[in-house]
Design a protein around this ligand. Structure first.
Ligand SMILES: Cc1ncc(COP(=O)(O)O)c(C=O)c1O
Length: 430
């Protein structure tokens, strides 16, 4: 196998050595010696994989194993890994401009991307605020709401994942992430159970001191939870009534993952601010807040930008994002996610009955599915058995019990069938 260009992207998995193979192990060991702990292994203390090449729905590791990627690289590779149009756009942009001057001097692709995003945003009279990561988009959204309303409090849901920087961490729910930093987190966050009774939301907003409610339209990393139909619309209505900004965190769900360009659209909801990232950059770091013009006016300043960063709207990332948006449209990938959903749903619906010792519940929408295992141990065994069959799969949820099926939207029907069959084998071993 040649070192590059070997992957077609539409292949079934093919293992040449039990993963992680010897090269992955050796490189992991070297990395562990020089990189801060906790960020270089999948399971604490155990060696992980090192990726060498990724294309379409395939990943090849440094040992030559070819996997089917059911993570989309944390949801990034919606249009597939290394989409040829994304690679070509990045290559062309790299020839002329790698970096501009952040908030001070822009570049043409930034203009084009802002216009494209504003045209797509399910937000009234939208403008765009670029960010480098999902967590930064969340920071910007929270700061916008606080600056625009002058109110101190925030409402967030349990469970939820909004990122791990201090502002985003204040609204992220998992105790392990929060505990070491509790003294430094925003003190006025009211937490409510996800999809709770609307009376509880009304009570939390009643004092009129809540700047923003932040919600994942479908909870992603914390367990793939789909709220009952109408809940999001009721939440939006309550926010409107209370003068509270509704922030939809679509960092995970945005750009077609759920069978709609944005998940709020399926609920007929138009948030005030919408955070997106991950799939937007097609593999390059880029995120954004799409927000109402009257709220973003809070950033007007006679002096220096009140929120910015060195690499804001990086030219390569903007080029990649424009190619991603083109590919989503040209290849009708949002529709594809919606079209493939019923066959995934039907197959998964049989799993609790067929694998009662392993599977407690299944849920999802589009090409975002969660398989809740009966215990964290069962989830660990399932992920390990799946890996040995060439499937890349992450477990999430508060107890790590939910296996997440997040394939690239370009996964072929054959690959999808193979993935589901291999997963069934893995579940049979749990
Ligand atoms: C819903 C949601 N919001 C925010 C984030 C944080 O994004 P990032 O990891 O790019 O900072 C994530 C990441 O998984 C996410 O799923």
């Amino acid at each position: 196998m040649t070192r590059s260009g070997a992957l077609s992207g539409d292949a079934p998995p093919h293992l040449v050595t039990p993963p992680p193979g010897p090269r992955s192990r050796a490189l992991c060991e070297r990395l562990a010696a020089v990189e801060a702990p906790g960020v270089n292994t999948l399971f604490t203390g155990k060696p992980s994989l090192l990726w060498e090449e990724a294309r379409g729905a395939n990943v090849r590791d440094v040992d030559g194993n070819v996997f089917l990627d059911l993570t989309s690289g944390f949801g990034v590779a919606a249009v597939g890994h290394a989409h040829p149009a994304v690679v070509a756009a990045v290559r062309a942009q790299a020839e002329i401009l790698l970096h501009a001057l952040g908030d001070v001097h822009g570049h043409p692709l930034r203009v084009e991307l802002a216009e494209r995003l504003a045209a797509l945003a399910p937000v009234d009279d939208p403008q765009v605020f670029f960010a480098l990561s999902g967590a930064e988009a969340v920071e910007i959204a929270l700061k916008t709401a606080v600056a625009a309303t002058g109110r101190p409090a925030l409402v967030a849901f349990d469970p939820s994942y909004h990122g791990l920087t201090l502002g985003a961490l204040a609204v992220t729910s998992r105790p392990e992430f929060r505990q070491p930093f509790l003294a430094h987190l925003h003190p006025h966050v009211r937490r409510l159970p996800f999809a709770c009774e609307t009376a509880a939301i009304a009570a939390a907003l009643a004092a009129g001191d809540v700047a923003a409610v932040i919600v994942e339209p479908i909870v992603g990393r914390e367990g793939i939870l789909v709220p009952p139909s109408g809940w999001l619309a009721a939440l939006a209505e309550l926010c409107r009534g209370a003068g509270t900004v509704l922030i939809a965190d679509e960092v995970f769900t945005g750009f077609g993952r759920t069978g709609a360009l944005f998940a709020v659209e399926a609920e007929g909801v138009r948030p005030d601010l919408l955070c997106c990232g991950k799939a937007l950059g097609g593999g390059l770091p880029l995120a954004a807040v799409l927000g109402r013009r009257d709220l973003l006016r809070a950033w007007e300043t006679p002096g220096e930008a009140l929120h910015t960063s060195t690499f804001l709207a990086n030219p390569l990332a903007c080029a990649a994002a424009l190619a991603v948006l083109d590919a989503l449209e040209r290849e009708r990938l949002v529709e594809r996610a919606a079209r493939l959903a019923p066959q995934v749903a039907q197959r998964l619906a049989t799993w609790p009955g067929r694998f009662p010792a392993a599977v407690a519940a299944v849920r999802g929408r589009g090409l975002l599915w969660g398989v809740e295992l009966t215990s964290a141990e069962a989830a660990g065994r399932c992920a390990a058995a799946a890996l040995q069959r060439g499937l890349l799969l992450l477990a999430g949820g508060p107890e790590g019990k939910v296996a997440q099926l997040v394939p690239p939207l370009v996964i072929t029907e054959e690959q999808l069938a193979v993935a589901l069959a291999l997963l069934e084998q893995a579940l049979g071993e749990v």
